[in-house]
Design a protein around this ligand. Structure first.
Ligand code: NDP
Ligand code: MG
Length: 396
């Protein structure tokens, strides 16, 4: 039997990281944990190291690294602790690594994910912000290194499963007319518009169907998540923004659909549990048990669909505009959103102001051509400054 595949989990302490480790632990002869990273939840990272005995652990600062290294030694483990972005890039590109789960949230995941791409690893991509920011450059790097890019986002994993068989061999989306990207509509789908100014971060994070990290939960409430996913789908499936239609489907049972020119529409269904797309990508093109219960269609009984309301969800409109504009616009959109969501989670801005901040940033800064990673980070930094100016001007 061949040796177990070595897996690096970037963002191991998060929601996707933990689900990934759950699936890996079900298949100890197939997968071994090579490295784990954490950022603030370092006692959880220690517990994960004890459970999964990785070769490396990565933390943000040297002081935290010393503490974790002492604790690991005291627990009798030989795990080596590395520090910061360099450490993340090292464990993402180590020659011994077979696959990298990119599950850091936000722009912070871009460099380590690209390091894994450039090293030709199999990439399990949860960190959609990395692809949204750097789209063309990211996909060029994938083609250059021959890296296998597998989507973890449930919608994109569903689309991937519904694409023509030859798509994964680089032969394009032959016969595909449209991609139908499903969205639950989040916790505020039916909240009276006048109440949206008073919703709290905890209400925004109480997603009806999925349990996720706080940033993506707020994105789901505002539907910026669907906007980022629209951009993500364009890059992953070589589609134009006009080919991607968002469909509100409150039950989150159909994870997305592909509409073919002959009128066939293929869908992937399943319980809303991220272990399904994670297991699918980990084992692709094979199938493994994920621990997810079988779908009970009789219990679900009905599936509903409706068109999204862009007045209720202005972030969806802004993301579509950024997708159409391309170049630096998606990086600006993403960065402004990261600043606005962090401020909302801190209680410094009201929920409807998230969209106002992003719209102002996109209106103030012209779209520029992006030819290298430096241009992406420049756009990201400019958007953060402008969003910060909005906050100070409003006394937040
Ligand atoms: P979480 O907030 O639960 O986890 C984020 C992870 O990233 C944690 O391990 C966190 O460390 C780490 N992290 C946070 N900031 C930094 C930083 N600046 N540098 C290095 N590491 C950092 O998020 P999720 O797991 O929910 O989401 C992760 C990614 O997956 C996001 O891009 C999200 O959009 C995507 N995704 C998530 C889905 C889900 O169901 N959760 C579904 C589809 C996509 P610590 O916790 O130690 O602070
Ligand atoms: Mg998704």
């Amino acid at each position: 039997m061949s040796r177990p595949q070595q897996i690096t989990v970037l963002g191991a302490t998060g929601s996707i990281g933990l689900s990934t480790l759950d699936v890996i632990a079900r298949h100890p002869t197939r997968y071994q944990v090579f490295a784990l990273s954490g950022f603030t939840r370092l006692s959880e990272l220690l517990a994960l190291c004890v459970r999964h005995t990785p070769r490396f652990a990565v933390v943000p600062q040297a002081s935290a690294a010393r503490t974790l290294q002492d604790d690991l030694r005291a627990a009798g483990l030989s795990t080596r602790v590395l520090v910061g972005e360099d450490g993340l890039c090292q464990v993402a590109s180590d020659p011994e690594v077979d696959a990298v789960m990119a599950a850091i949230v936000g722009a912070a995941g871009l460099r380590p994910t690209l390091a894994a791409v450039e090293a030709g690893k199999k990439i399990l991509l949860a960190n959609k912000e990395a692809l949204v920011m750097s789209g063309a450059l990211f996909m060029q790097a994938v083609r250059k290194s021959g890296s296998v890019l597998l989507p973890i986002d449930s919608e994109h994993n569903a689309i991937f499963q519904c694409m023509p068989q030859d798509f994964a061999r680089g032969l394009g989306a032959v016969g595909v007319r449209r991609i139908l990207l499903t969205a639950s509509g989040g916790p505020f789908r039916q909240t009276p518009m006048a109440e949206l100014a008073h919703v709290t971060p905890d209400q925004a994070c109480a997603h009806p169907n999925w349990s996720m990290g706080r940033k993506i939960s707020v994105d789901s409430a505002s539907m910026m998540n669907k906007g980022l996913e629209l951009i993500e789908a364009c890059w992953l499936f070589d589609a134009r923004p006009s080919q991607v239609e968002v469909v509100i489907h409150p039950q989150s049972v159909i994870h997305s659909l592909v509409d073919y020119i002959d009128g066939s529409v293929l869908a992937q269904l399943g319980n809303p549990d991220m272990r399904t797309p994670i297991a699918n990508a980990l084992a692709w093109p094979e199938r493994i048990d994920s621990g997810v219960a079988p779908l009970d269609l009789f219990a679900i009984a009905r599936l509903d669909f409706q068109a999204p309301d862009e007045e209720r969800f202005p972030c969806l409109r802004l993301a579509r505009q950024a997708a159409e504009a391309g170049n630096s616009a998606p990086a600006m959109l993403n960065a402004a959103n990261e600043v606005a969501v962090a401020a909302f989670l801190d209680g410094r801005v009201r929920y409807p102001e998230i969209a106002s901040i992003i719209e102002e940033v996109l209106n103030l800064e012209p779209v520029v051509v992006v030819e290298d990673l430096e241009a992406v980070f420049t756009a990201d930094a400019k958007a953060r400054v402008l969003a910060g100016q909005w906050l100070s001007r409003h006394g937040r």
